[in-house]
Design a protein around this ligand. Structure first.
Ligand code: CAA
Length: 240
């Protein structure tokens, strides 16, 4: 039977490629999104992947979505916490709202969905959770105290939950992407981005499928001895 995979933020950018590749790997994929209906519809029409609109930062909305997916497809046993936003500014200019939005979505969303799917995975005695962190959670980044803190939190969360999941056959790993060619990275001012690319030994931005292949690897049924690890995929920009 095809395992059910939920990819948050799974209709655009890195998440869309993760959804596609998990489908190719034989999973029944549900891709969540928060706001962009047109992009989600286009993604659904192109791939046939079921899309579902809810805010990962909102526990109640997550609960309703998980119940609906479980009723329709069965328990979610592959979870990819990919949904993330940026609200970049130096600390001097960052508002409390910018802090809350990033922490609630990028880290709170990971908590919400792990919390709501973990029991089901325990019952199945199988689970594969991949949390998408970031090079900027490992190394920090000027203008991103909110994002760096949330992504760094993802890495700690992953190692803690990995210890809790191991005896139930649930693996929990993180991927720390570097700068990948997506709308999020294209929003970085061009001059700043050029300087960042100049520091990437591979000399280019990552592609979404560079990350998606890592997710397929970590979520494979056979990957049952890999847990609590962080896979850095960043073109050599930061060696952790
Ligand atoms: N290190 C040191 N100083 C820096 C700096 C850096 N990396 N970047 C900027 N500065 C300095 C500037 O030189 C400037 O100094 P002066 O006033 O002396 O000239 C000062 O800081 C202010 O810089 P800005 O004019 O750029 O300030 P701003 O308020 O207009 O913008 C910013 C600040 C929003 C942080 C902007 O620089 C920015 O967007 N930077 C990119 C941040 C970034 O990399 N975000 C990643 C998004 S993608 C992502 O997050 C995905 C992922 O996981 C990798």
């Amino acid at each position: 039977m095809s395992r059910v995979a939920l990819v948050t933020g799974g209709t655009r950018g890195i998440g869309a490629e993760i959804s596609r590749e998990l489908k190719t790997a034989g999973r029944t994929v549900i891709a969540s999104y928060a706001g962009n209906d047109a992009a989600a519809q286009a993604f659904h029409e192109e791939t046939g992947i079921r899309v579902m609109k809810f805010d990962v930062a909102d526990f109640k909305q997550c609960e309703t979505a998980v119940q609906q997916i479980t009723a329709e497809f069965g328990p979610i046993t592959v979870l990819v916490n990919n949904a993330g936003i940026t609200r970049d500014a130096t600390l001097a200019k960052m508002t409390r709202e910018m802090w809350d939005a990033v922490v609630d979505t990028n880290l709170g969303g990971c908590f919400n969905l792990c919390k709501l799917t973990f029991d089901g995975m325990r019952t199945e005695k199988f689970g594969r959770i991949v949390n998408i962190g970031s090079i900027n959670g490992q190394a920090g980044q000027y203008g991103q105290v909110n994002y760096a803190a949330a992504k760094s939190g993802i890495h700690g969360f992953t190692k803690a939950l990995a210890q809790e999941g191991a005896r139930f056959g649930i693996t929990v790993n993180a991927i720390a992407p570097g700068y990948v060619d997506t709308d999020m990275v294209r929003a970085v001012p061009a001059d700043v981005l050029q300087k960042i690319i100049a520091r990437i030994p591979m000399g280019r931005l990552g592609h979404a499928d560079d990350i998606a292949r890592g997710v397929v690897f970590l979520t494979a049924d056979e990957a049952d001895f890999i847990t609590g690890s962080t896979l850095s995929i960043n073109g050599g920009q930061h060696m952790y």
